[in-house]
Design a protein around this ligand. Structure first.
Ligand code: NAP
Ligand code: MG
Length: 405
């Protein structure tokens, strides 16, 4: 079989634990036998980030800016336990947060739908996509443990050092906590633009929820910028395409999402998007059935799975136990990346490969061969068979080979 050539290098960002194990299997069984590609490799496993004082994470982000398209494995965001477990110099920040801040992107997530896994929410007939603002708020915070009684203030001085504003956060009577967060007009505007562009492209309605009744200035600014972007650049196009833009309070949006039939892009502030995408992923079947792509305003793309490193399964794997972790989202991260690379390079054979890879993965699950997470939620069928991680990937490989021959 002739291999398909990917014209431009792809930035490959490796990660940790069970996803690292699956990453290698996906490459060995589903990609390398069929593709000739130049992979610009960054190993972001925790130990490597520690060794390089996390410089490697910034280098990986720069590489995505250079080559345009990257694909990333899940990585550990260290906490106190991880510092001990891996004997780290410090609690390094989230690599995803670092990369997102460098690219100032919006993360779009969409469920991977299969016929034999029905959504937990009866009314959902079409996918609900999430657009998560990937810059700022609590992910780039400044926080402090207040040790004793005292006054906390918020102060802003301009670049000449002139104090423009000062407000009291709290007069503490005893110990407590404070946190400072920010966002910028520029980042919110590119978030809004990215959401309308994505939704128009995919023919989806746009919903945006925030808490502007409580946070009149902060969330109010998000609402204002979205409205401006819509009125200026999208209203006419959306009306012509029979698409709506709908702003509502975040809690109202959550309630309404449960009653909608789907077919919409739910634009979420950073934290809402973090939480809601896991809720959607799990309601559509499993965290492993959710794709994720970071799109920067300059047109750089980073594809990943939306789940983490599946730590619990990895510890079992290390003990030599067979595990049944689901590689669907990782496979779709690679197919998404290859499709985008092929579109930009104008190499339809690469786009076609991505399509066949996805079909092979979907058909495997629809034929009843699935990992444990899906067995729990799939429509009962005597044909359903739970397989281990490597068996699942081998089954996908079998179908992919037939399609390519
Ligand atoms: P997680 O890795 O997403 O896993 C949470 C649970 O969801 C698993 O224990 C498993 O449930 C289920 N699950 C997730 N992915 C699965 C898959 N592919 N196949 C089957 N089941 C799957 O989240 P976590 O355990 O909270 O986090 C572990 C590490 O990942 C942390 O160190 C965190 O920092 C990191 N993380 C990284 C990213 C990223 O890089 N994008 C995102 C989130 C978290 P059962 O145990 O019930 O089977
Ligand atoms: Mg999350």
């Amino acid at each position: 079989m002739n291999k398909i050539t990917v014209k431009t290098p792809i930035v490959e960002i490796d990660g940790d634990e069970m996803t690292r194990v699956m990453w290698q299997m996906v490459k060995d069984l589903l990609l390398l036998p069929y593709l000739t590609m130049d992979l610009v490799y960054y190993d972001l496993q925790l130990k490597k980030r520690d060794e390089t004082d996390d410089k490697i994470t910034l280098e990986a982000a720069e590489a995505i800016k250079k080559y345009g398209v990257g694909v990333k494995c899940a990585t550990i965001t260290p906490n106190k336990d991880r510092v001990k477990e891996y004997n780290l110099k410090k609690e390094w920040s989230s690599p995803n947060g670092t990369i997102r801040a460098a690219l100032d992107g919006t993360v779009f997530r969409a469920p991977i739908l299969v016929k034999n896994v029905l959504p937990a929410v009866r009314s959902w007939k079409k996918p609900i996509h999430i657009g998560r603002h990937a810059y700022g708020d609590v992910y780039k915070n400044c926080e402090y443990r207040v040790p004793e009684a005292g006054k906390a203030e918020l102060v802003f001085s301009n670049i000449d050092g002139k104090e423009l504003w000062r407000g009291t956060i709290q007069d503490f009577k005893g110990p407590g906590i404070i946190q400072g967060i920010h966002n910028t007009d520029k980042s919110i505007a590119s978030f809004a633009k990215a959401c309308f562009t994505y939704a128009y492209d995919q023919k989806l309605h746009v919903w945006f929820g925030a808490k502007d009744t409580i946070s009149k200035t902060y969330d109010g600014q998000f609402k204002k910028i979205f409205e401006q972007e819509y009125q200026t650049n999208w209203k006419a196009k959306f009306e012509e395409a029979k698409l709506d833009y709908f702003f509502t309070l975040i809690d109202d949006a959550v309630a309404r999402v449960m009653k909608t039939e789907g077919g919409l892009l739910w634009a979420c502030k950073n934290y809402d998007g973090d939480v809601m995408s896991d809720m959607l992923g799990s309601a559509y079947g499993s965290l492993a059935m959710m794709t994720s792509v970071l799109v920067s305003p300059q047109g750089f793309y980073e594809f990943e799975a939306s789940h983490g490193t599946v730590q619990k399964h990895y510890y079992k794997y290390l003990k030599g136990e067979k595990v049944s972790s689901n590689s669907m989202a990782l496979i779709f991260a690679w197919s998404g990346c290859l499709r985008k690379r092929g579109e930009i390079d104008k190499t339809p054979e690469v786009v076609e490969f991505a399509k066949k890879l996805e079909e092979a993965a979907l058909e495997t699950v629809e034929s009843g061969i699935m990992t444990g997470d899906l067995m729990l939620v799939a429509t009962p069928n005597p044909k359903n068979r739970q397989v281990y991680t490597e068996e699942f990937i081998a089954e996908v490989a079998k179908r992919l080979r037939t399609k390519l021959e």
